[in-house]
Design a binder for this molecule. Structure first.
Ligand code: PGA
Length: 253
């Protein structure tokens, strides 16, 4: 079995101001040497990426974007931010295909794949988000939806060039998560789907769980076989909560 370095990513969404970047210093101090064993990523809003990267200088924390343009080349695209621009200001990762983008901006699997590919071209690691809605789970369609999303939104290259985040849409921003065995089942389905696409290289792709991860449940979620880390929304905004999640990972000790 491949040994994959855990990745714990914080998605600030459309929250945060310059003054909140101080949380990054507190985070670094609180997690201490755990940062050498776990990739710790903070994805603030686009306008805060450059100052966040500055705040992180000399620390091993990573900064990333929450979205990028599908266009690799500079273009007349008002309002778009390219993956190359994110990389230029210090980003190492970018989230693509988050359900809030898929639902509110009508992003399709194909668009998400183009974004992931543009990210890789720019030297970033895309985190490709997938996950079923409540209605899809109730209809017993989890495997169908998630495997379709993985097949159609993953970039053309496999291995460690990208990561997948399994985020059940109904678990985001609420208080409920799937059971640990349901999380394990979907993670193995994602791994299986990646193996069909990329063969043995699929062992190198990290698969994160996201959706209502907090200091109270992170530790048990990290024990689930096949969970290589987490994508954390609300609980990543406060350094003390995010640090508690990171320190709850078995690799942190
Ligand atoms: P949440 O969000 O942790 O606030 O549920 C997760 C996400 O949307 O990535």
């Amino acid at each position: 079995m491949a040994s994959r370095k855990p990745l714990i990513a914080g998605n600030w969404k459309m929250f945060g101001r310059n003054t909140d970047l101080a949380e990054i210093g507190v985070l670094a101090e609180t997690i201490g040497p755990a940062v050498d064993k776990i990739d710790v990523l903070v994805c603030p809003p686009a306008v805060l990426i450059a100052p966040a990267a500055w705040q992180m200088r000399g620390k091993s924390l990573l900064v990333g974007g929450q979205d990028c343009s599908p266009s690799a080349a500079d273009a007349a695209k008002t309002g778009e931010v390219s993956a190359a621009m994110l990389a230029d200001v210090g980003a190492k990762y970018v989230i693509v295909g988050h359900s809030e983008r898929r639902q509110n901006h009508q992003e399709t699997d194909d668009l998400v794949r183009q974004k992931a590919e543009a990210a890789i071209l720019a030297g970033l690691v895309p985190i490709v988000c997938v996950g079923e809605t409540h209605a899809e789970r109730a209809a017993g369609r989890v495997a169908e939806i998630v495997s379709r999303q993985v097949k159609a939104s993953a970039p053309g290259q496999g291995g460690g060039t990208f990561a997948v985040a399994y985020e059940p849409v109904w678990a985001i921003g609420g208080n409920s998560t799937p059971t640990l065995s349901e999380i394990g089942d979907v993670h193995s389905l994602v791994r299986e789907t990646l193996t069909q696409q990329f063969g043995g290289q699929a062992n190198e792709t990290r698969i994160l769980y996201g959706g209502s991860v907090g200091p109270k449940n992170a530790g048990e979620i990290f024990t689930v076989e096949g969970v290589d880390g987490a994508l954390v929304g609300r609980a990543s905004l406060k350094a003390s909560d995010f640090a508690a999640i990171i320190l709850g990972h078995p690799a942190a000790v």
